[in-house]
Design a protein around this ligand. Structure first.
Ligand code: 73E
Length: 821
């Protein structure tokens, strides 16, 4: 096998062992004999950090002193995953680590396991931010990730004895967290509330309270770039540890309340993916991290300057707004420039406009944030004034451009009247230079539907950047066997920083020896996953079945319901004798999904899946033929283990609803075949891997629109599909009749009611097409060489979906900057 030329530090294993010993002694205060795996994990983390620190400082120095513009990625979420293996890989210390663990007598797995996975994100949006900062560092572009260091990340999911989701708090900071560096000396003051008064002809904000924003810095090492960027996450601290005045009035508990309230701001991540709650605390969080970050950037790029020339700000940093969550940054920068630095409105507007860009991640109208003006006025009165003025300027600009009055009305950023509100997506679109969607179809729909009025007036603002995923974490670390085989096939491991090189595998799809090896890798990964699932969840999984996986947030539009109805239908056919189980391809179906705690139908779906799993897995009739597992608490670790073991990936959202998806990319890159609709990035994956290597089914977006126009959801048309299709009817009847609820007919009645009377996401309308494609999938799977060949071609043609390519697109189309020299 070709030697894998992993980035190697010149350090020997012995030297690295000594460094870990030193950390154990001086930081942990334990001898190697006393040390636990958790001690060794912390000591190793500290030792790796020391190897990155020089590159980190040099990168910061070059960023401030060079003439390369930096990127500030403003995001309410960064779903980083475990750090140790990634840091070792990028520091070139993987082999030394393995050697050191041997010397110290520890299993590498136990040490890696000791890290608690930080869950500072909900799903795709947060994980995308993590992939992007990895790629920025790997390409060598100076960048900051700016966000919040929530004390409680995404909740931990458990299932109760009825299969219901139970949420428990994720206090990820219970144990030592060795990666972050808290920097009390670089704090920022963030003001809130109060009023705006007129002083010497100027509007002056007199805030009522303030919070101290304290940064915690995480190194973001690039792969083989020698660059290390910074992820700066803010914690809210109180200025008033204790209110002496109140205390003197003898109320101790009341005296600590201001502290508790201030620190609440960074306490918890909102667990909604796609659906904003519009809560006051959420707006406080958004303003908190954005204000601190903007001030921080000015501090970094104009060090020690009392009167910096901020007209040069757009040459120093460009801020990318990750969805609408940080959009309050636009009025904030205006306020900073005008009120704090004395610029006139037009100059401030020109700077602001050049500094910001906006990525939209959704099409669901309910996901576009709209804040009540009263709430903004209460928390940020000066910002509300500025937003109103931006809106006035915008209206006049539109008028001057000859836009019709009714269109101007529709485009208002600030809507007047009793329920006055501020539309953050509109503010972002007008306030920044570029707006991008996250896959081609999504960007088209943004222009044609969601932001149509804007694209007609400002067509040049709109662009697309199709999402991507980092091949370091999601191929190299997640799937070392396949990575070795790829390097062997290509004769190099250079593909890891230039993923289009995977194309070199195309001829190998016709080399039976290679295809066999590829199939063997998949089988070994499946065996590994079965062992992992036994250890972690106690599941007894048969690795000699097709692994069929659907992992993503639980949302109606993603249609986990379609998958579970198909499983039930197959089960029913086996039970009724319609289908001889011996003719079926043995299959293990995996679900992984968290539901927002207040999302009722999503939680019912989880309960249903769990109970279908219970019934099927305990029924001798389906033994060895059909099994369903739902490992709880889906997270990055589970993704890294399950994706490389999967044969068939489910991307079955209703066409026009999933903006992009990024799981779809991870699966294709790990040699899973996709069953999917023409939605989000599925469209581009299929284009690249070839229609013959993708299992397409279901309505297209125009067909979906046409069916809505007929009144599908409003006239209850779904019931016609139910009446017409006996297999579908049978499956739904079984849910309704108590088969999966110990005979209780009420358990799923709301779910069933929704299917039969509304079914907004057209699960029933796509059911037949979905069942039909399953037959084709089975036939293909029966020919292992054919399947494996298709899988090879999926890998070979998916190099485009590297987040390195996405970042190159951002650099070229939006940021207009590049790597440090
Ligand atoms: O299609 C995914 C996309 O791949 C989309 O649903 C997701 O972003 C991914 C990355 O682009 C997304 N998340 C949110 N909106 N879109 C969201 C909204 C509010 C809170 C948290 C997340």
């Amino acid at each position: 096998m070709t030697e894998i030329t992993a980035p190697k530090s010149s350090l020997t294993s012995g030297e690295f062992t000594d460094e870990i010993r030193e950390q154990l002694k001086y930081t942990q205060g334990v001898t190697p004999e006393q040390a636990t795996a958790a001690d060794v994990y912390v000591a190793t983390a500290a030792a790796v950090r020391r190897h990155l620190v020089d590159s980190w400082m040099k990168t910061q120095h070059d960023m401030v002193n060079g003439d390369t513009k930096a990127v500030g990625y403003l995001s309410a979420e960064f779903l980083m995953g475990k750090q140790l293996e990634n840091a070792l890989l990028n520091a070139g210390l993987t082999e030394q680590f393995e050697g050191a663990m041997k010397e110290l007598g520890f299993d590498t797995k136990d040490v890696i396991d000791a890290e608690y996975e930080p869950g500072l994100g909900n799903g795709g949006l947060g994980r995308l931010a993590a992939c992007y900062i990895d790629s920025l560092a790997s390409i060598g572009v100076p960048a900051f990730g700016y966000g919040i260091r929530y004390q409680y990340g995404i909740f931990k999911q458990e299932f109760d004895e009825n299969g219901k989701q139970v949420e428990t708090p994720d206090y990820w900071l219970v144990n030592e967290e060795p990666w972050g560096h808290v920097d009390y000396n670089r704090d920022q003051r963030v003001n809130f509330g109060g009023e705006v008064v007129e002083e010497n002809g100027k509007r002056v904000w007199k805030p009522a309270w303030a919070v101290r924003a304290v940064p915690c810095d995480y190194m973001v090492p690039g792969y083989k770039s020698g660059r290390v960027n910074t992820l700066r996450l803010w914690t809210a601290k109180s200025y008033d540890e204790f209110d002496l005045l109140t205390f003197n009035k003898s109320d101790y508990l009341d005296a600590v309340i201001p502290k508790v309230e201030a620190e609440n701001i960074s306490k918890i991540l909102y667990p909604e993916d796609s659906t904003p709650q519009g809560k006051k605390l959420r707006l406080e969080q958004q303003y908190f991290f954005v204000s601190a970050s903007i001030h921080d950037a000015i501090r970094v790029f104009y060090p020690g300057e009392k009167n910096p020339d901020l007209t040069t700000l757009p040459n120093k940093i460009v801020f990318q707004l990750n969805d609408t969550h940080p959009v309050i940054g636009i009025p904030e920068l205006m306020r900073v420039l005008i009120d704090e630095y004395g610029y006139d409105w037009d100059t401030a507007w020109s700077i602001t406009n050049k500094t910001f860009n906006y990525t939209c991640h959704t099409l669901l109208p309910e996901a576009l944030e709209v804040w009540p003006a009263s709430l903004i006025g209460e928390l940020l009165p000066r910002h509300l004034e500025i937003i109103k003025k931006i809106n006035e300027q915008f209206m006049s600009e539109l008028k001057a451009k000859g836009v019709a009055d009714d269109q101007i009305e529709r485009m208002r950023i600030y809507t007047d009247g009793k329920d006055a509100s501020v539309r953050m997506a509109y503010l972002a679109t007008y306030g920044g230079s570029y707006v991008n969607g996250v896959a081609e179809l999504h960007s088209e729909l943004l222009k044609d539907v969601t932001l149509k009025d804007f694209s007609s007036v400002y067509p040049d603002k709109f662009t697309n950047v199709t999402n991507g995923v980092t091949p370091r974490r999601f191929i190299k670390l997640a799937n070392p066997r396949m990575s070795d085989l790829i390097s062997e096939g290509l004769g190099t491991d250079a593909w890891l920083s230039d993923l289009e090189q995977l194309k070199g595998l195309i001829p190998l799809a016709d080399d039976p020896e290679f295809v066999k090896k590829f199939a063997a890798v998949k089988q070994a990964n499946k065996n590994d996953f079965a062992a992992f699932a036994k250890r972690k969840y106690g599941f007894d999984i048969d690795p000699n079945t097709m692994f069929n996986t659907m992992i993503k947030r639980l949302h109606e539009y993603k249609r986990q319901a379609l998958k579970i109805l198909a499983v039930i239908a197959t089960y029913a056919d086996i039970k009724s004798g319609k289908v001889d189980p011996d003719t079926l391809v043995p299959r293990t179906v995996f679900f992984g999904a968290k539901a927002a705690p207040g999302y009722y139908l999503a939680k019912q779906t989880i309960q249903l899946i769990n109970n279908v799993a219970r019934v099927i897995n305990n029924d001798p009739a389906t033994k060895g033929k059909l099994h369903v597992y739902f490992p709880w608490n889906y997270n990055i670790e589970l993704a890294q283990n399950l994706i490389p073991a999967t044969d068939l990936d489910e991307q079955i959202s209703q066409a026009g609803k999933e903006a992009s998806g990024t799981g779809n990319m991870k699966f294709a890159l790990n040699g899973a075949l996709t069953v999917g609709t023409l939605d989000g990035a599925n469209v581009e994956i299929r284009e690249r891997v070839g229609a013959e290597n993708f299992f397409l089914f279901g309505m297209t977006e125009p067909e979906v629109s046409a069916l809505y126009a007929k009144g599908y959801d409003t006239k209850g048309l779904s019931r016609e599909y139910y009446e017409k299709d006996p297999q579908l009817k049978q499956a739904i009847d079984m849910v309704a009749d108590g088969t999966f609820s110990n005979g209780d007919k009420d358990t799923y009645k709301d779910l069933v009611n929704d299917w039969l009377n509304k079914d907004y996401f057209m699960t029933l309308a796509d059911f037949r097409a979905y069942m039909d494609i399953q037959a084709e999938i089975e036939e293909t799977y029966r020919d292992p060489m054919k399947w494996a060949r298709m899988a090879v071609l999926n890998v070979a043609n998916s190099g485009y979906f590297s987040s390195d390519r996405s970042i190159e697109d951002y650099l070229e189309r939006i940021w207009h900057t590049g790597a440090l020299k």
